[in-house]
Ligand binder design. Structure first.
Ligand code: F6R
Length: 266
């Protein structure tokens, strides 16, 4: 696990974009796992910019959605399918056949989730999973108490999430109460995980995830066990970390440490 603290939101997005861009240079058929929400918007904007400047090409890239509300039609403005299409896919040249989504209206939910997992495997696994984090430490729609080894499945939204969504819907009856989400076990199989967080409201969840015990009460705390997980956070989100100075020192001296280790090998 690595903790990267940047000044503000635009810097964390830039850092994540650079990681993805570098990885793409090494592997053109990169498999991405993508989250929705406010936080990754700047990352998608950065990747779109690289595409429009002809510095990145998505024709061999594949993308898997992290989660989806159950019951919303694909073209509903609140569906994750709509979000991804609107904020990312329609601006780049990713082939339609390389986009994999959890279906909001699947025939048989269990079969659909199992098939989704198989599709991830057939694509060779996820190279980079982008995550945001909830104020309660959730990742994807894995709310506190989700099994830390869970697979893709249906989840019931918390009352908090349902209320947070309420203003997006004219009729309360239309507010989704269930969702599909990659499981925590599924997420943990990604080769690299970039969790982004910005703002004071995420500071407590970030502290507990990085410096607290690993617990199903804070699902993101499981990332402590992932060798290639990066928490890319801004100063406000980092404001409650007790080891902040150490993380900053490690990051600032990364090149020197790499050079030192390379020299030792000779
Ligand atoms: C989104 C998702 C959620 C969000 C989290 C943070 O696909 O799975 O876990 O990443 O709720 O949301 P924002 O970024 O809007 O604060």
């Amino acid at each position: 696990m690595e903790v990267i603290i940047k000044k503000d939101y635009s810097e964390i997005c830039e850092e994540a974009v650079n990681v993805i861009h570098r990885s793409w240079h090494k592997k053109r058929n990169l498999v991405l796992g993508l989250a929705t929400g406010k936080t990754p918007l700047g990352v998608y904007e950065g990747l779109i910019r690289l595409y429009s400047e002809r510095k990145m090409d998505f024709s061999d890239v594949s993308a898997f959605s992290l989660d989806e509300y159950l019951g919303l039609p694909e073209d509903h403005p609140q569906s994750f399918a709509f979000y991804m299409q609107h904020n990312f896919f329609r601006h780049i040249n990713i082939p339609r056949d390389n986009i994999f989504r959890l279906d909001a209206l699947p025939g048989d939910i269990e079969t659909h989730c199992r098939e989704y997992e198989k599709k991830i495997q057939s694509a060779g696994g996820i190279d980079i999973q982008i995550l945001g984090i909830g104020k309660n430490g959730h990742i994807g729609f894995n709310e506190p108490s989700s099994s830390l080894s869970s697979r893709t499945r249906v989840k019931t939204l918390t009352q908090e999430t349902i209320e947070a969504n309420a203003h997006f819907f004219r009729d309360r009856e239309d507010i989704p109460r269930y969702c599909l989400t990659m499981g925590i076990g599924t997420i943990m199989e990604s080769r690299k995980i970039l969790l982004l967080a910005s703002g004071k409201e995420k500071a407590e969840a970030i502290r507990q995830s990085i410096e607290g015990s690993i617990t199903a009460s804070i699902p993101a705390s499981i990332l402590q066990l992932h060798p290639q997980a990066k928490f890319i956070i801004d100063a406000e989100a980092a404001s409650q970390l007790t080891q902040r100075k150490y993380y900053e020192w490690v990051y600032d001296h990364k090149d020197k440490v790499d050079a030192f280790l390379a020299n030792k090998k000779k």
